[in-house]
Design a protein around this ligand. Structure first.
Ligand code: ZN
Length: 273
């Protein structure tokens, strides 16, 4: 029995303190960790979490190469405890070529962020990126819904559940990971448009915003085999979040789906049982 956190963030040691300071100033939300890899591994040990996906976000063009190299180093140092989700910027030169290079560098997914990277999730300009990721069986993790750090979003529905549902229908072969249960603070829309669709949902930033009954109901309606445990560490505590999702009243089978089986399917790995 194992547990995978499919959504965490960490930064190189020399960047972590400043990055955390900058990000904390943007959001009315206190971090629980320091954003370092050592801090993440300590948190995983305390929570009984064996593997965490470290999701990078390229906040401007030109960062993808450095991000991918850093993540490769992490995997060399820590083996499969770190699941590398690289990031490219849609305005990079040759983003499709970068999807290929990311796959060839043994990255396990790509994280894209519609607010930090200023795009709309179902924009035609993103399709070649999604199509190439699908071709390489590379999961794409998208920030979904509103963002706690972006109060003045000029396109409020840029990551709305309805758009995500349309994207999933248009590209059924894409392994799409929709964070925050498919739409942070757009819960009604998630229920109306996204539950039951061909997407994986991730659990972070939901337990503090939804009553447990409604959260459990949403997971049940979507299907636990398409729901992945994620925390967005260092913004939420891995042990506390794990206890919440293990305590929603699901069967052992559902809990195992949420804690690791869905993530293994998303990643295209064999079920370790
Ligand atoms: Zn995140």
């Amino acid at each position: 029995m194992t547990c995978i956190d499919i959504h965490t963030h960490a930064f190189p040691d020399h960047v972590a303190p400043r990055a955390m300071e900058k990000l904390s100033a943007k959001a009315d939300w206190r971090a629980v960790g320091d954003g370092s890899i050592a801090g993440l591994l300590r948190s995983m040990d305390a929570a009984g979490i064996h593997r965490s996906a470290v999701c990078a976000i390229a906040t401007k063009p030109g960062q993808v190469e450095g991000i991918t190299k850093w993540l490769s180093t992490l995997v060399r140092q820590h083996g499969d405890r770190i699941i590398p989700f690289s990031s490219l910027h849609p305005k990079d030169d040759d983003p499709v070529g970068w999807v290929r290079r990311i796959a060839e560098a043994q990255m396990r997914g790509i994280k894209l962020h519609p607010m930090y990277q200023d795009f709309v999730v179902d924009s035609p300009s993103l399709m070649p990126i999604y199509e190439t990721a699908a071709e390489y069986h590379l999961p794409v993790a998208l920030h979904c819904g509103s963002d706690i750090g972006f109060k003045n979003n000029p396109i409020p529905d840029r990551a709305a559940p309805k758009r995500l549902a349309g994207l999933a229908d248009a590209l059924p072969q894409l392994r799409l990971l929709c964070t925050h249960m498919g739409g942070w603070s757009m819960w009604d829309e998630v229920e109306e448009h996204l539950l039951g669709k061909n997407v994986f949902l991730e659990t972070s930033f939901t337990s503090a915003f939804l009553p447990p009954e409604r959260l459990a109901d949403m997971i049940r309606k979507h299907g636990s085999e398409k729901v992945c445990f994620g925390t967005d560490w260092p913004w939420n505590d891995q042990a506390a979040e794990r206890a919440i999702f293990a305590g929603l009243g699901f069967s052992e089978d559902d809990v195992q789906n949420i804690e690791y089986r869905s993530a293994l399917r998303l990643l295209g790995e064999k079920n370790e049982g």
